[in-house]
Write a protein that binds this ligand. Structure first.
Ligand code: NDP
Length: 451
């Protein structure tokens, strides 16, 4: 049994580790939240009396299943599928699917846990889940991806629904995969419902959804800069990691606002373009990544700039940094390099890309730090708006959606800022996001009684 939050965070975490062995990413995510919330709960004992945090840490249910599919040579392949339905206190389960060979149950528990707080911050009625598979779409033909997605959905279908659980994309799950998954769901149920988000526009998708996480992240940094000295993004040098969905649209919005974006990366290396990535160069990246399914190195070859194999962008001098690839991609050494080079703000496009010691280093060195569960919540927020449009059977226009997204990111920022000073003199948006996200879910759970 878990101890209550007294007497210490360390003891509490010890019990979490014992109960959830070999799950370091989950421990990391829980530790961050518990550290933020501990003083708050001590002052509001109703939450510890009813063991609300202990209940939030335990997923509602974990689903794991076999996925068998045939490759182009007729060979049988076996992957593992996952869906961790974490908490549906404030709405249907909602969260992305990740297809990547590195994933384990740990990955989906950490992502699902983070999603609880993120979805709460959006102000929309969405619970939290995360799922996916150790299937690797890289190097597979379209038909192989299609057969995998059909097999995956054939099992997942038992557990999802527009009022139950609404998955979306994440790493390795883009428009192509969502199309195959949605098509299989429609075929097996004979129903056209908004059971997935991130759909193409032809079958119920929302404008701005593919841009939403990246744009939202930039809106979040705009809010942080405005609230802390009123600086503008115009003219800032920015480093971005990753070259997928989040990275591309973060770069697009930054360029649009007058910043100079000098890097992108993938799991093989980083390109450094000191001249700045332009809209035209970004169109090249879009085609390279989403149609040719190539590597970012080809950008350096094409535009004659530097390629740094096996490296991340964090030693490149910048004003603003946007880790937008994957978890734990920015270490303490990277944080020291960024601070030394004069970086003033770091905004997480990815989920948990910054290691805990690096986060502490930024906060202690007065770098504005936007945690992923707040800064990258624009994606799930527009997914929530996609669900609303599907239910209403109508589509809002781009301008309307972008201004709704902007408004939501401002509300997220303001909720975080409201609690950011709870423990510290300088704004600690990590504490702010955790406390603000917790309160809504916790109060709702109290209303439902004990279950
Ligand atoms: P994509 O699959 O579109 O892109 C992922 C990018 O990250 C690719 O450039 C990929 O390179 C790189 N990457 C993946 N794994 C690693 C690794 N182990 N080391 C270095 N680079 C890696 O995913 P998204 O852009 O959608 O997601 C990126 C991050 O943002 C994830 O953390 C995701 O959870 C988070 N996020 C995404 C949202 C969305 O709306 N899409 C919403 C909120 C958060 P390569 O091609 O070599 O694998």
């Amino acid at each position: 049994m878990l101890p209550t939050l007294n007497p210490s965070v360390d003891q509490f975490m010890e019990a979490i580790r014992e109960k959830n062995p070999h799950e370091p990413d989950f421990h990391q995510a829980v530790h961050e939240v518990v550290s933020s919330i501990y003083p708050f709960i001590q002052q509001n004992p109703v939450y510890s009396d009813y063991k609300i945090l202990e209940r939030i840490i335990e997923p509602d249910r974990i689903i794991m299943f076999r996925v068998c599919w045939e490759d182009d040579k007729g060979r049988v392949n076996i992957n593992r599928g996952y869906r961790v339905q974490f908490n549906n206190a404030i709405g249907p389960y909602k969260g992305g699917l990740r297809f990547h060979p590195s994933v384990r149950l740990d990955t989906f528990k950490f992502l699902g846990f983070e999603q609880v707080f993120k979805n709460s911050l959006t102000t929309l009625p969405m619970g939290a889940a995360k799922g996916g598979s150790d299937f690797d779409p890289k190097g597979k033909s379209d038909h192989e991806v299609m057969r995998f997605c059909q097999a995956f959905m054939t099992e997942l279908i038992r557990h999802i629904g527009k009022d139950t659980d609404v998955p979306a994309g994440d790493i390795g799950v883009g428009a192509r995969e969502i199309g195959y998954l949605f098509g299989q769901h429609k075929r097996l149920t004979n129903r056209f419902t908004g059971v997935l988000t991130g759909k193409a526009l032809n079958f119920g998708g929302s404008l701005i959804r593919k841009e939403a996480t990246g744009y939202g992240c930039v809106f979040f940094v705009q809010n942080m800069l405005k609230a802390n000295g009123n600086q503008s993004i115009d003219g800032k040098i920015c480093t971005v990691s990753g070259s997928g969905n989040v990275a591309q649209y973060t770069a697009e919005k930054l360029i649009h606002l007058g910043a100079k974006v000098v890097s992108l990366s993938d799991s093989s290396g980083t390109i450094y373009d000191p001249e700045g990535i332009t809209a035209e160069k970004l169109a090249f990246v879009d085609e390279l990544k989403n149609i040719k399914r190539g590597r970012i190195e080809e950008y350096a070859t094409h535009y004659g700039c530097e390629y740094r194999p096996g490296k991340r962008p964090w030693d490149i001098p910048c004003d603003l940094a946007f880790p937008s690839a994957t978890q734990n991609e920015l270490s303490l050494d990277d944080a020291k390099a960024l601070v030394k080079n004069g970086c003033i703000a770091v905004c997480e496009g990815a989920n948990m890309p910054t290691t805990p010691d690096a986060v502490a280093y930024f906060i202690n060195n007065n770098v504005l730090f936007g945690p992923g569960k707040a800064a990258n919540a624009g994606g799930v927020a527009v997914s929530g708006l996609e669900m609303t449009q599907n239910s209403m059977r109508l589509s809002w226009d781009r301008h309307d959606l972008e201004s709704r997204l902007n408004g939501i990111m401002t509300k997220i920022h303001d909720q975080c800022a409201q609690y950011a000073y709870y423990n510290t003199k300088t704004p600690n948006y990590v504490d702010g996001a955790n406390i603000a996200g917790f309160i809504k879910v916790a109060q709702t759970m109290l209303s439902y009684g004990i279950h």
